[in-house]
Design a protein around this ligand. Structure first.
Ligand SMILES: O=C(O)CCC(=O)N[C@@H](CCC(=O)O)C(=O)O
Ligand SMILES: [Zn+2]
Length: 336
């Protein structure tokens, strides 16, 4: 393997079932190809940061895959110098090849051990990725852990780029992370109100990582993404991987929402009463029946409560959307 010629994405998609682990040098460190779609980059002179960047956990969310593959190319060619330990994960190669969100079951519901309750090709993958995270973070336990899990949304959004913050319970929010998200062009942050079984929540819960799901625009096929719209994200990630630092912008410019309800598909006839092209963050009037099925209904509790990730094309028991409410910066600031 020669570092300057190595295209991590192409290599992964050419051999999606198995690879022989290998290692090679690049100008600022050593690369370890650990597993299909799992590349560990160790810098010669690391700052005390363990950074995980994951993309393609959903196979049709291609913009982050293009963005991060370009970043990896620049590290391997020597165009930029790696300064932190970096684990790059191409989450679901088989789904990427098919251009689909998943093959058997949604990979991003299988973490925190949830894979035990499911069947399908994603089960093994969730287990492999869980083990890879543990090995990576545990190798330098005194370093600060980060995980940005990059996605794109199925629908258009009133805020084009937004983040899902893991549920923190009584713990404090980290102001530095909000400043970083603002600098990276994120416009809104959803504060989760309960634990979940997503990849980013797993890193937060089990590895105390600063961990986020980042939604970077709308789902589009390879070649149709405008990466210029991710310029700020690119700059922030490059600064993080080279210098170990989080660029900052005024966090007050972020729109903060708390999640007030996770809608769960509770019957085959479950319906969301919104247009098929309704955007994420569309708000409704109090009393509007947003969801109904033979098992019950959900009406909006407060004027302005808005829908994010509406989706009924999924099995019973899975999340059909989140209802979010504008949160108060003053209240949040007290936690810092
Ligand atoms: O647009 C959609 O409906 C889904 C986009 C997406 O994949 N979002 C993530 C969010 C994960 C989280 O809540 O942290 C997902 O649904 O897995
Ligand atoms: Zn996704």
């Amino acid at each position: 393997m020669k570092a300057p010629d190595f295209d991590f994405l192409r290599y992964t998609l050419e051999q999606p079932d198995q690879i022989s682990p290998s290692t090679f040098l690049f100008p600022s460190g050593r690369a370890h190809l650990e597993q299909v779609g799992v590349l560990r980059l160790e810098p010669r002179h690391p700052k005390p940061v363990n950074l995980v960047l994951s993309v393609g956990i959903h196979g049709n969310e291609t913009a982050p895959i293009e963005l991060v593959n370009r970043l990896v190319k620049d590290i391997l060619s020597g165009a930029i110098t790696l300064g932190v330990r970096l684990l790059v994960i191409i989450g679901h190669p088989h789904a990427i090849i098919r251009g689909e969100r998943f093959v058997d079951v949604n990979l991003n519901r299988l973490f925190d051990g949830a894979y035990d309750r499911y069947e399908g090709m994603e089960v093994d993958r969730a287990q492999v990725l869980t083990e890879q995270l543990t090995a990576f973070y545990d190798a330098e336990p005194s370093f600060e852990n980060f995980h940005y899990d990059l996605h794109t949304a199925i629908r258009g959004s009133r805020f084009e780029r937004f983040a899902v913050h893991p549920y923190v319970g009584e713990a404090q929010y980290q102001v530095r992370q909000f400043g970083f998200l603002a600098a990276a062009g994120i416009e809104a942050v959803l504060l989760s109100h309960q634990p979940s079984t997503t990849f980013s929540y797993h890193s937060y819960k089990h590895h105390n990582a600063h961990a986020f799901t980042l939604e970077l625009g709308k789902v589009r096929p390879f070649g149709e993404n405008n990466l210029k719209r991710l310029q700020k994200m690119d700059t922030c990630l490059r600064t993080l991987v080279t210098a170990g630092g989080l660029l900052q912008a005024r966090q007050e410019q972020l729109h903060i929402f708390s999640v007030v309800k996770v809608l769960v598909k509770d019957a085959d006839d479950y319906q969301l009463h919104i247009a098929s092209d309704e955007k994420n963050f569309t708000g409704f009037k109090q009393g509007f029946v947003l969801a109904s099925s033979s098992a019950g209904e959900y009406a909006i509790e407060q004027d302005g409560d808005a829908i994010v990730f509406p989706n009924t094309n999924l099995p019973i028991g899975q999340r059909a959307g989140m209802v979010v409410r504008k949160a108060n910066w003053q209240q949040l600031n007290k936690a810092w």
